[in-house]
Design a protein around this ligand. Structure first.
Ligand SMILES: Cc1ncc(C[n+]2csc(CCOP(=O)(O)OP(=O)(O)O)c2C)c(N)n1
Ligand SMILES: [Mg+2]
Length: 685
């Protein structure tokens, strides 16, 4: 068989595996894999430096399938290249990442060929996609990471990091705002390591894009400062290869390749129609497609002789050689630059360098205190010096969030300074969160920041950080009504509840400066979970830790700050963030009146839920049912901790525009009002 024939056979194997898997599952998206099989073939088998034997080799090229509904492309590629599985401890397991049996069980429980690409479930998936636009935005984080890694670690003769990122996207991705945000930033930063390939098929679910999407996409990317190329025929693999070659030679600009394609290519009745997008073709049409591909019509899940070998001779050989050379290079590098090599190795395992928490401040008792955001800024500036690969920034609110790294040498990340540790995301919260995920996927320790109210603009990507089990950090200041006069548009209410509802996401709302430090200490040790830090704008009293329990209790999610007397309390006050000092004041009033009050600081529900029942019962004894929770946020969910008879002082409206003091009075956040609620719980008024 000629090379050309084998190539066509390999491409049609991707097509028919995709068709058969969707048909078998009775659900899925056949049309786009049929159209893009030649593209995926070319990227994988002719261009990418990726070793199927080690899908987490640090200098591999990255492949992102942003149109995640076309997941069968990825399952076919991972299967046919015989990519091997790794586990969460980054160990290579030897068995295939995606077996033919997994593909036969596409979209079924436990199959390694799920509906959409899922990082952490299938080895070789670089990022979870499905929510359109997330993949391409995440790829910008990967691009920033590569630039930063290259600047810090490459040395003359040692190109330790020089990989590229390929992201495939469709009309849907490019209609989503997040893609525009990310493309704008990538253009500004001149990320020439990123190549987006746009599947220009004029079809989405509701039909032809003439009803929704008629702008000049090429002009748009030119305006962003990208290098724009066009390949007019998605079956022309030589042209595709040539365009990818131009991408690799293009400097100082990202590349955008418009690829004209036909969804459902080869299907006599469904090609170029929305019907090819998201439903099985049907048995008869499947046969007709196979006939069009010159394929045995009744064969199912067929991988013809020579196809595995063809991929082994292409990506397999190229990837193995690239990785072996790199491994050799890295060995010499380790002997010449042991400290840098050590950093790279720690980073790959998501471990922290020795002494990562040295010099973290401890704050003395101070009734005037410090704002949460101020304490956070001090912590970040210490941590970023101790942990070289900790970096991040804000969506244009650095001076307000206090997230700017101000120590000498921190620097601003820009095209001409890729070593900078201050990222400027601009006013692009959604892509900021996706970019933070891209940085975390690249094993850096990233943070993104904004006002808490605008976490809404970042939420879909934050949700993915949890789904992917990434240690992304999201830092939000102006956590409640602290910027009073700005009013309801700037006063978060339901945000804590909504983030607490995301599985696996750790939220922390520390109550004073020392709790902020302890929150960081906890968050930095997370390897596979994202965290949200919710900080006050205004100064909060720094509690006297000789009188109240040490702030290290943060690591248990909730802890007893103080009791009126040893033994069982009669009423429990529970608070987070700015309401902790308020609860402490109310507690002191109750104690002065001879009431056996207990005050509990509860910065994190999620962390508390992980403690033993014994510990949880020691903090909130089940038989003490007189309870008051105080939090400047939606009361939603607090019944969990105050029970059906307890009281919650929280927010039931959107707040108001007024000085903070007045808002506190109006909405019940005053010591007397809290104390009164506590007494009511005890039947005393
Ligand atoms: C954020 C988001 N909104 C909606 C969807 C549902 N959805 C999945 S695919 C799709 C159409 C995508 O069209 P296009 O990207 O052109 O894909 P094609 O059909 O051409 O493969 C939609 C609306 C989604 N996955 N994500
Ligand atoms: Mg389309």
């Amino acid at each position: 068989m000629t090379d050309e024939n084998t190539t066509q056979l390999a491409i049609n194997t991707i097509r028919t595996l995709s068709i058969d898997a969707v048909q078998q599952a009775k659900s899925g998206h056949p049309g786009t894999p049929m159209a893009l099989a030649p593209l995926v073939y070319t990227i994988w088998n002719r261009v990418m430096r990726f070793d199927p034997e080690d899908p987490i080799w640090p200098n591999r090229d990255r492949f992102v399938l942003s149109n995640g509904h076309a997941s069968m492309l990825l399952w076919s590629a991972l299967h046919l290249t015989r990519t091997k599985a790794v586990n969460a401890d980054y160990e290579r397991l030897g068995h295939p990442s995606v077996s033919l049996d997994d593909i036969r069980h596409f979209r079924q429980l436990d199959s390694k060929a799920p509906g959409h690409p899922e990082y952490h479930w299938v080895s070789g998936v670089e990022t979870t996609t499905g929510p359109l636009g997330q993949g391409v935005a995440t790829s910008v984080g990967m691009g920033i990471a590569q630039k930063w890694l290259a600047k810090r670690y490459n040395r003359p003769g040692f190109e330790i990091f020089n990989y590229n990122i390929y992201a495939v996207c469709g009309d849907g991705c490019l209609m989503e705002g997040i893609a525009s945000e990310a493309a704008s930033l990538a253009g500004h930063l001149g990320l020439d390591n990123i190549c987006w390939i746009y599947d220009n098929n004029h079809i989405t679910i509701e039909g032809n894009t003439r009803i929704t999407f008629t702008e000049d996409v090429e002009a748009r990317f030119l305006a962003y400062g990208w290098n724009v190329l066009r390949v007019g025929n998605a079956n022309d693999i030589d042209r595709i290869e040539h365009a990818l070659d131009i991408f690799r030679k293009t400097k100082e600009r990202p590349t955008f390749i418009v690829l004209d394609s036909h969804i459902g290519y080869g299907s006599p009745h469904k090609q170029d129609t929305a019907a090819a997008h998201g439903e099985p073709l049907g048995d008869d049409e499947v046969r007709l497609c196979k006939r069009a591909y010159d394929w045995p019509e009744d064969a199912k899940f067929l991988v013809p002789d020579g196809v595995y070998e063809h991929f082994a001779a292409g990506i397999g050989a190229r990837g193995a050689e690239a990785r072996q050379q790199w491994t050799k290079l890295f060995e010499t590098y380790r002997s010449e630059y042991p400290e840098l090599a050590n950093e790279i190795e720690l980073m790959q395992r998501r471990e922290l360098p020795a002494g990562w928490d040295r010099d973290l401040p401890v704050f003395p008792a101070d009734p005037k205190g410090l704002a949460g955001r101020e304490a956070s800024g001090k912590a970040l500036n210490v941590l970023a010096q101790n942990i070289p690969w900790l970096l991040g920034g804000s969506a244009d609110l650095g001076p307000s969030n206090k997230t700017t790294l101000t120590y000498e040498g921190a620097g601003d990340f820009q095209a001409d300074n890729p070593a900078g540790k201050n990222l400027h995301f601009g006013i692009r919260e959604h892509s900021m969160a996706a970019i933070v995920n891209g940085l975390a996927l690249s094993k850096l320790r990233p943070f993104g920041a904004s006002f808490f109210i605008f976490s809404d603009y970042a939420r879909p990507a934050m949700r993915l950080s949890a789904l992917m089990e990434l240690p992304s950090m999201f830092i939000f200041s102006h956590d409640a009504m602290g910027d009073g006069e700005d009013g309801p548009t700037h006063q978060p209410v339901e945000h804590l509840a909504s983030l607490r509802a995301i599985p696996g996401l750790v939220t922390l709302r520390p109550g004073d400066a020392n709790e902020v430090i302890e929150a960081y200490r906890y968050i930095l040790q997370l390897r596979h979970e994202p965290a949200v830090l919710v900080l006050s704008r205004q100064a909060l009293p720094t509690l006297d830790r000789k009188k109240y329990a040490p702030a290290s209790g943060v690591a248990r999610g909730a802890y007893v700050l103080g009791d009126a007397s040893p033994g069982k309390p009669e009423v429990i006050l529970i608070a987070s963030g700015s309401e902790v000092s308020l609860a402490v004041e109310a507690h002191e009033k109750l104690v002065a009146e001879g009431i056996r009050s207990r005050v509990v600081s509860m910065p994190s529900w999620e962390i508390f839920e992980r403690q033993t029942k014994e510990y949880r019962d020691s903090v909130l004894p089940p038989n003490v049912t007189a309870r008051v929770a105080v939090e400047q946020a939606s009361t939603f969910g607090w019944e969990r901790y105050v029970g059906t008879s307890g009281d919650v002082i929280g927010m039931k409206t959107f707040g108001a525009s007024a000085p903070l003091k007045e808002l506190q009075r109006k909405f019940g956040f005053e010591p007397d009002q809290v104390a009164t609620a506590a007494k009511k719980q005890l039947g005393r008024r």
